[in-house]
Design a protein around this ligand. Structure first.
Ligand code: 5AD
Ligand code: SF4
Length: 448
C-alpha cells in the first residue's frame, strides 16, 4: 500500500487544500499516514506570505533530503504558494525535491506523482479550477473548513496571494451547501467558510448574505463562521442577518493592516480609517458582543512614527479581542517589493514597533477577555483539553477558547459561567446543566 504524509504550513485554506489532496490520493490508492517514516510520498503544502514561512519550508526540505538519502525511492513534493511564488528557479535550487505543484494542480496529483518518480516535475499553472465537485472539505472532529471561494482580485501592494493563487473564483451555492451537508454527515457541528476575501463571494444572482442564510439553515449545523472578509466588501445586511440568526456566530476578523490613511492608501486597501471605523460601529450596533480581530502590518515601506502612532490609536479605539501582528516582509513580484525598496524601514525600528503593538494588544486582549468573567456564555464543546484530560475545550460564540469541566458531550452546546480569563482563554467555573441550549433551532427563510 502506497502511503502519503502531508505537512501543512500557513493559512486555513492550506489546511483545506491538504485535506483535498489527501482525498484525491486516497481515491488513487494511497493511504494517508501521520508517520513520515512509513510514507512513500511526502508533501509539504506551503505558504509564501512572509519570508519566514518560506525559510521554515527550506529548512524542512533540507531535513527531508537526509531521509531521501536513506530512502531513494521516496518522492518529495512541495505544493501550494511557495512553488508558485518562486517558480522554475526552484528546480535547480532544491534538487532534493521531485515535485512542485501550485494551488490549482491538485486534481492531477496521481499522474504528477507518477511522473515525479521518474524525473523532477513541475506544474504551476493557474486556471479556473475550484475543486467544487471534489468536495474540498476538511472535517476535524466537530469542526469543518469549507472553502467557498479561491484566489484574490484585490492586489494589496504588499501581498503575494493574487500572484500565487490567481484570480477570485466563487464556488456555486449548491456545491457549498452539499459540502456543508456532507461535513455535518461526517460529524461537523460548526463550519468555517473560507476565502481570501470571503465576503466577496457571489455566484449568479446570489450574494454572500444569501449564502450565509442558506448555510445557516443546514439541519444539524449549530454554528457558522467565515474568514477572512475584506472590510471594503461588507454589506450591512450581513450583520442584520447575523444578529437574528443564532447559528451565525458574532465573530468577525477585520484585517485593517494600518491605522494611517497615508499607509492605507499606499497599500491600496480600498478604504480609509474613517470608513473602517464606521464599519466597526455598524457591526457593534447590530452585534454589541461581537468578537473582533484584525491583521496589522507594522513598518510598511515609508511608515513614519506618526503613521505607526495612528495604528496604535486605532487599536486603542476599536479594542480588538485579538490581533495577528506582523512586521512587513518584502515579497518578490509585489508592487511594494518592486517600487518601494528604498523606503524599507530599518530592522531595529521595525522590531521595536512590532514589540510595541504586541504589548498594546496583549493588554487590550486581557481586558476584553476579562469582561466575560462572571457572565454566562454559550460554548460548543469541541474536544478534550490536551493539557488536562479532566477538562474540555470549546469555543464561545464570539470565538474565544473556553476551558470547562468535563461532563458535557463533545459536539453539544452548553451554557457555562466564566470564572477567570487570560488574554487568550476563558476558564469556566461551572456548567449550567438545568439551562440547556436548544439543539434544533427553527429559523425563518430569507427572501433571495
Ligand atoms: N508582510 C507582512 N505581512 C503580510 N501579510 C500579507 N502579506 C504580508 C507581507 N508581505 C499579512 C496581512 C494579511 C495576513 C494574512 O498576512 O496582514 O492580512
Ligand atoms: Fe492579499 Fe489583499 Fe487579497 Fe488579502 S485582500 S489576500 S491582503 S491581496
Amino acid at each position: 500500500m502506497k502511503r502519503v504524509y502531508i505537512e501543512t504550513y500557513g493559512c486555513q485554506m492550506n489546511v483545506a487544500d491538504s485535506a483535498l489532496m489527501s482525498h484525491v490520493l486516497e481515491d488513487a490508492g494511497f493511504r494517508t499516514t501521520e508517520d513520515v517514516q512509513e510514507a512513500s510520498l511526502v508533501l509539504l503544502n506551503t505558504c509564501a506570505i512572509r519570508e519566514r514561512a518560506e525559510d521554515r519550508v527550506r529548512a524542512r526540505i533540507r531535513q527531508l533530503g537526509q531521509l531521501k538519502r536513506i530512502r531513494p525511492d521516496l518522492v518529495l513534493g512541495v505544493t501550494g504558494c511557495m512553488p508558485k511564488h518562486l517558480g522554475k528557479e526552484l528546480l535547480d535550487r532544491l534538487p532534493q525535491v521531485d515535485l512542485f505543484l501550485g494551488p490549482d494542480s491538485y486534481r492531477r496529483l496521481p499522474e504528477l506523482v507518477e511522473a515525479a518518480a521518474q524525473k523532477p516535475t513541475l506544474d504551476l499553472r493557474l486556471d479556473d479550477e475550484d475543486y467544487s465537485d471534489l468536495d474540498p472539505v476538511s472535517v476535524e472532529g466537530v469542526h469543518a473548513f469549507v472553502p467557498i471561494m479561491r484566489g484574490c482580485d484585490r492586489f494589496c501592494t504588499f501581498c503575494v496571494v493574487p500572484l500565487t493563487r490567481g484570480r477570485e473564483k466563487s464556488l456555486p451555492l449548491d456545491d457549498v451547501i452539499r459540502q456543508v451537508e456532507s461535513a455535518v454527515a461526517q460529524g461537523a457541528r460548526a463550519v468555517t467558510l473560507l476565502g481570501q476575501t470571503v465576503n466577496s463571494w457571489h455566484h449568479g444572482a446570489h450574494r454572500f448574505v444569501h449564502l450565509l442564510d442558506h448555510v445557516s439553515r443546514v439541519p444539524g449545523l449549530l454554528r457558522v463562521r467565515f474568514t477572512s472578509p475584506h472590510p471594503a466588501e461588507f454589506e450591512e445586511e450581513v450583520f442584520a442577518l447575523m444578529a437574528e440568526r443564532p447559528g451565525l456566530c458574532p465573530q468577525l476578523h477585520l484585517p485593517v493592516q494600518s491605522g494611517s490613511d497615508r499607509m492605507l492608501e499606499a497599500m491600496k486597501r480600498g478604504h480609509d480609517r474613517a470608513q473602517y471605523r464606521s464599519l466597526v460601529d455598524t457591526i457593534r450596533r447590530h452585534l454589541p458582543d461581537a468578537g473582533l480581530s484584525t491583521d496589522i502590518i507594522v513598518a510598511y515601506p515609508g511608515e513614519s512614527e506618526e503613521d505607526f502612532a495612528e495604528t496604535c490609536s486605532l487599536i486603542e479605539e476599536v479594542r480588538y479581542d485579538s490581533a495577528f501582528l506582523f512586521r512587513y516582509s518584502p515579497r518578490s513580484g509585489t508592487y511594494a517589493h518592486r517600487k518601494l525598496r528604498a523606503e524599507e524601514i530599518a530592522d531595529e525600528i521595525a522590531a521595536a514597533r512590532l514589540q510595541r503593538v504586541i504589548e498594546l494588544q496583549e493588554r487590550i486582549s486581557h481586558e476584553r477577555y476579562t469582561r466575560w468573567v462572571g457572565r454566562a456564555v454559550e460554548v460548543l464543546v469541541e474536544g478534550v483539553s490536551r493539557r488536562d484530560p479532566a477538562h474540555l475545550v470549546g469555543k464561545s460564540a464570539d470565538g474565544k477558547t473556553v476551558i470547562l469541566p468535563g461532563g458535557p458531550e463533545i459536539g453539544t452546546l452548553v451554557r457555562v459561567e466564566i470564572g477567570q480569563a487570560t488574554s487568550h482563554t476563558l476558564l469556566a467555573r461551572g456548567v449550567h446543566e438545568d439551562d440547556p441550549v436548544p439543539g434544533d433551532r427553527a429559523v425563518e427563510q430569507l427572501e433571495v
